[in-house]
Design a protein around this ligand. Structure first.
Ligand code: AQP
Length: 347
C-alpha cells in the first residue's frame, strides 16, 4: 500500500515529473512513471508533467524523430490516463524558465557532486571525454525542472533516486548560500511493485528505451503479437517458480517477470508467487502475456488514435506550456532577484 503523499514543509503540495522523448516509451516508463502520474492526478494533487526534450538532446537526436517521439510520448501520457485538463502537460523547451534556472544551478552545484552521478558514468562509459557537456550537467537541469515549480514531490523510478538527492542538495545550498527559505527540499516518491523494471534479455539491466535490442523491452506501441513474442522469448532459467520471494533471490530474470506481473495486476509480488508457486515458465509466460496485452492493448489503441491528429497534440502541449510558464516565470524572476541580477527591462 502506497504511503500517502505528505508535504514535509511549508510549501503547498505540488507534483512534478518528466520523461525524455529520447525514443518510444517502454513498459518500464509506464509502470515506473506514467501509471503513477495518472494516479497522483486522480488523487486530486496539483500535477505538472513534462516531456523533457532538452534532456533528450544530451545525446544525439535526429530532429525529425525527436518531434515525432515528443508527440508520441505526449500521446502515451494521455493514453495512460494523464488528463491535460487536470494536469499540466507540456514539452520543456517551450518554457524557458527551465534553461534559465538550470544555468543558475550550474553555478550552485559542485563538480564533485556531478562527478558522482552513476547515470552519467553509465551513459558516458569509457567515452567520457567525448560525450556532451549537457550530459554531465543533466542533473542540474533536472533540479531546475523540479524547482522552477517549487515541486514538493517527484514520482520517479528507482533509477532517478540519486538525481533527486542532488536536487535536494542544490535546493539546500541555494537556500543556505542566499540565506533564504525559497526552495522546498523535494521528496522523491518511489513506490509500487515495479520501481525498476528490468530488461527482458538481462535481469540485471534496467529496461530502457535506448537499449539497442528491441527484444529487451516492451514498447507502448507494440501490438498484442509482439508483446506475446517478446515475453515468450524473455530470458529465464529452467526452474519452476518458488513458493516465496526468498526463492527468487538469485534469479533476477524470474524476479523481474514476477514484479511485472504484480505491477500490471495491481497485486503484491508475494501474492503473485503464492498464486503461481510451482508454475513452469511455459505456463507463467502466457499468463503474463495475456495480462500485459489486456492492460497495454487499450493504451496502444488510444495512442494510435491520438497520433492521427498531431496538430491537436501540439495544441495541448502549447496550452500546457502557457500554464506551466505562469507558475515558473515568477519563481525564476524571484531567483534572479535573490541572486542580485538587475531586472529593469520594460516589456
Ligand atoms: N525500467 C524502468 N523501470 C521503472 N521506471 C523506469 N523509468 C525509466 N525506465 C524505467 C522511469 O521513467 C521515467 C522517465 O525516465 P526518462 O525517460 O526520463 O529517463 P530514463 O530513466 O533514463 O529512462 P530510459 O528509458 O532508460 O531512457 P533512456 O534510454 O533514454 O536513458 C523516470 O521516472 C524513470 O525513473
Amino acid at each position: 500500500m502506497a504511503e500517502p503523499v505528505q508535504t514535509p514543509h511549508a510549501f503547498p503540495t505540488r507534483i512534478f515529473s518528466g520523461i525524455q522523448p529520447s525514443g518510444g516509451l517502454t513498459l518500464g516508463n509506464y509502470l515506473g512513471a506514467l501509471k503513477r502520474f495518472a494516479e497522483k492526478q486522480d488523487e486530486g494533487i496539483e500535477t505538472v508533467y513534462c516531456l523533457v526534450d532538452m534532456h533528450a538532446i544530451t545525446v544525439w537526436q535526429d530532429p525529425v524523430k525527436l518531434r515525432q517521439q515528443t508527440r508520441e510520448a505526449a500521446a502515451g501520457f494521455i493514453a495512460s490516463g494523464v488528463d491535460p485538463a487536470r494536469s499540466i502537460l507540456f514539452n520543456q523547451s517551450q518554457v524557458t524558465a527551465h534553461a534559465e534556472l538550470a544555468w543558475i544551478f550550474n553555478c550552485v552545484a559542485r563538480m564533485g557532486w556531478m562527478s558522482r552521478m552513476t547515470q552519467f558514468k553509465d551513459k558516458a562509459g569509457k567515452n567520457s571525454e567525448n560525450v556532451s557537456l549537457g550530459l554531465f550537467a543533466y542533473p542540474a537541469l533536472m533540479a531546475a525542472d523540479i524547482l522552477a515549480y517549487k515541486a514538493t514531490h517527484v514520482p520517479v523510478g528507482e533509477d532517478q533516486k540519486q538525481h533527486l538527492e542532488l536536487c535536494r542538495d542544490i535546493a539546500a545550498k541555494f537556500n543556505n548560500d542566499f540565506g533564504v527559505d525559497f526552495f522546498p527540499i523535494t521528496e522523491p516518491v518511489i513506490e509500487g511493485a515495479a520501481t525498476r523494471v528490468m530488461s527482458l534479455r538481462d535481469g540485471t539491466k534496467k529496461m530502457s528505451k535506448s537499449d539497442p535490442s528491441d527484444q529487451s523491452r516492451i514498447n507502448l506501441t507494440d501490438d498484442a503479437d509482439m508483446i506475446a513474442k517478446k515475453i515468450k522469448k524473455a530470458k529465464t532459467d529452467s526452474e519452476p517458480l518458488p513458493s516465496d520471494l526468498e526463492g527468487l533471490k538469485d534469479r533476477p530474470e524470474a524476479r523481474n517477470l514476477v514484479n511485472i506481473y504484480a505491477a500490471l495486476a495491481g497485486m503484491s509480488a508475494e501474492d503473485v508467487i503464492r498464486e503461481h508457486a510451482g508454475a513452469q515458465f511455459g505456463s507463467f509466460k502466457p499468463a503474463l502475456a495475456d495480462l500485459a496485452v489486456s492492460v497495454m492493448g487499450p493504451i496502444t489503441t488510444e495512442m494510435n488514435r491520438l497520433m492521427q491528429d498531431t496538430a491537436e497534440i501540439d495544441r495541448i502541449l502549447g496550452e500546457g506550456a502557457v500554464r506551466a510558464d505562469a507558475i515558473a516565470r515568477p519563481i525564476v524572476d524571484e531567483v534572479y532577484d535573490i541572486v542580485g541580477m538587475i531586472r529593469s527591462r520594460k516589456g
